[in-house]
Design a protein around this ligand. Structure first.
Ligand SMILES: Cc1cc2nc3c(=O)[nH]c(=O)nc-3n(C[C@H](O)[C@H](O)[C@H](O)COP(=O)(O)OP(=O)(O)OC[C@H]3O[C@@H](n4cnc5c(N)ncnc54)[C@H](O)[C@@H]3O)c2cc1C
Length: 404
């Protein structure tokens, strides 16, 4: 019997293990996959690094960067803002305060017809995270709040495509408190990528653990007190059990009601010889006749390592309600890309379609999970993010050490 068994070697489980390891606790991690990192991980594919679903790492993530340095990750940033394809042509929204050409960016933004002067003023105020009045209901859906504050056009052309891709929820039903929390991270920093892909984060965590304490390809199928049944038919026991699992797995194993609003993600990776646009920034697709392609990003524009020499990696993020694996959807998505970038799309080589079901957890279910006898950690314990997965693992370890 081990003192502690952690189920799940995602970010939260690994972060938890780091604390236990340095406290000298006898622990074991059980992980069903053949790799660590769970949802924050990458695949090596023909010389390309493909993150499992397009993700970005914000340099304002305090829990992450107090653990691992930018230098260790060889971290590089995108520009702060976005390029936007609208029905009226291409537009830009970049933060003048984070631009190397402040004055030029500010003038361009003020003169742009992407929103009214009031929209831009309110965007600036929000980006400074000036506290909301106490009367604002922080549980209201984000779209309701944004609709009251910004013009319809600004909401549809910039806010919905941008925040929809962050929350994997283009209806923006996410509670305002979660929007506000992530807004504060976005405002405080830049988005970027590690040179070796998102896998660099779990690898940095696992690198601080004794190898023999991580058991890969080991799936837990049921939990009975401190006894865990494995898919192999064997059992593992721990004086304490920490569930570092995705929300829907915890619900299944603990017989809680199933989540209803899990959010999925879908993205297709392409290889090209030439980048379809020059700026290292997220490109949002706000064309009203386009339903499938949502955002486009070129990871190699900041991290050439994501592709073999002289190749460009293009990540096209789709509305997950459409399944790109079906011929018609795929053709429609390619037509949308041709409208955006022209016939160069014919030369792109399709590398991989990645659909992640349950990419982000349901908003509404955490209370029940906190109410059980097991220690739990994972991104569902607050606003789902890499930073909060780090935090929840650290906190679970502290609780465990206190209880031991
Ligand atoms: C496509 C996508 C895009 C995202 N984009 C961003 C972003 O840009 N920025 C950001 O901050 N966050 C983003 N996130 C969220 C972030 O990746 C997650 O919040 C974080 O990785 C969750 O870590 P976790 O440890 O809580 O859960 P997980 O990573 O899900 O870890 C749980 C682990 O448990 C294992 N497991 C499951 N069932 C069993 C079982 N029965 N037995 C044993 N092991 C089991 C899993 O294999 C997994 O390794 C994104 C997520 C996805 C999927």
């Amino acid at each position: 019997m081990h003192d502690v068994v952690i189920v799940g070697a995602g970010i939260s489980g690994l972060r938890c293990a780091v604390e236990l390891e340095s406290a000298g606790v006898d622990y074991l991690i059980l992980e069903k996959n053949s790799f660590v990192g769970g949802r924050c991980s990458s695949l090596s594919y023909d010389g390309f690094i493909l993150d499992r679903g397009f993700q970005i790492l914000l340099d304002s993530y305090d829990e992450v960067f107090s653990f691992v340095s930018e230098k260790e990750l060889d971290y590089q940033r995108f520009l702060s803002g976005a390029l936007i394809d609208t029905d009226r042509g291409g537009r830009e929204v970049f933060d003048p305060f984070k631009s190397s050409q402040r004055l030029r960016t500010a003038v361009k933004l003020i003169l742009s017809d992407i929103g009214s002067f009031r929209d831009k003023w309110r965007l600036w105020r929000s980006s400074r995270c000036i506290a909301l009045p106490g009367s604002v209901d922080m549980q209201q859906p984000t779209h309701q709040y944004l609709r009251n504050v910004f013009s319809e056009r600004f909401l549809e052309e910039f806010l919905r495509p941008f925040w929809g891709s962050v929350f994997l929820d283009y209806d923006l039903r996410v509670p305002l408190c979660q929007f506000w929390e992530l807004l504060s991270f976005f405002s405080a920093g830049w988005g970027g990528l590690p040179a070796q892909g998102m896998q660099a984060l779990p690898d940095a965590l696992a690198g601080r653990l004794s190898k023999e304490r991580i058991r890969l390809k080991t799936s837990v199928v049921s939990i009975n007190g401190n006894r865990l049944e494995l898919s192999s038919g064997g059992f593992v026991e721990g004086r304490k059990v920490i569930l570092a699992l995705p929300q829907e797995v915890v619900c299944r194993l603990m017989n809680f009601r199933s989540p209803v609003n899990e959010r999925s993600s879908a993205c297709v990776y392409f290889a090209a010889d030439v980048s379809p646009f020059d700026l290292p920034a997220l490109r949002l697709n706000a064309k009203t006749n386009h339903k499938i392609v949502k955002t486009i990003c070129i990871p190699t524009s900041i991290q050439p390592n994501y592709a073999p020499r002289d190749k460009v990696l293009i990540s096209v993020n789709l509305d997950p309600q459409f399944d790109y694996a079906t011929r018609e959807i795929r053709q429609n998505a390619l037509n949308e890309l041709v409208e955006l970038f022209g016939r160069q799309v014919d030369d792109w080589e399709e590398l991989k379609y990645m659909r992640v079901l349950n990419a982000l957890p349901d908003y509404s279910i955490t209370a029940e999970l906190e109410d059980n006898d097991y220690l739990v950690c994972g991104d569902y314990s607050s606003t789902p993010s890499i930073n909060n997965a780090f935090a929840s693992g650290r906190i679970a370890a502290m609780k465990c050490l206190k209880a031991c």
